[in-house]
Design a binder for this molecule. Structure first.
Ligand code: ATP
Length: 152
């Protein structure tokens, strides 16, 4: 089973921007991308990262899809509060939240990224998070060549 990833991505982006009343930019030069992945799990994975980008920033979220070598990189970028360096290796842990006191107006259980990691592992998707406090966070998901067919 495979699905057209750009269509699915645009549907998620549209839905989340309406739900959260936020602008989400989507950029790609790829015409069409067939992905041999679990579609439901892919939607869940992307939704978790976009939800976080929205939740922890108040500026536009930017999503981009690019080819790198034969793989595809899906990037989710926010210009929000960022993650402290010492927390970066913990954010995928079950129930971990940077702000334990929950003084933030944003609620959450700290399960989102734990689930995301599980889904990524199941689908052989790579996750790389770069973040700078008060500057923002960039998540790069690598979808490997054996799971995709790229049409330019
Ligand atoms: P939920 O389980 O409801 O998603 P959550 O957002 O607290 O709640 P995770 O998605 O697992 O849980 O994220 C874990 C922690 O990582 C968050 O509490 C937050 O501190 C930090 N975090 C995740 N994404 C971002 C981001 N884009 N910018 C800043 N901090 C982030």
């Amino acid at each position: 089973r495979s699905f057209e990833l750009i269509n699915v991505l645009q549907r998620i982006v549209k839905k989340l921007s309406v739900t959260h009343q936020r602008n989400i930019e989507f950029k790609t030069h790829i015409k069409s991308l067939n992905a041999k992945l679990n579609q439901e799990q892919f939607i869940q994975l992307i939704t978790i990262f976009i939800d976080n980008a929205i939740k922890y920033s108040d500026k536009d979220v930017v999503i981009s899809l690019n080819q790198r070598n034969k793989n595809v990189i899906l990037q989710i970028e926010d210009k929000g509060i960022g993650i402290p360096a010492e927390s970066l290796d913990k954010i995928f842990n079950r129930f971990y939240r940077v702000d334990k006191a929950r003084t933030r107006k944003t609620g959450g259980s700290g399960l989102g990224l734990y689930i995301a990691k599980e889904i990524a592992q199941t689908n052989d998707i790579g996750i790389d998070v770069q973040s700078e406090l008060s500057q923002g966070t960039t998540v790069k998901l690598t979808i490997k060549e054996q799971y995709i067919e790229i049409f330019n």
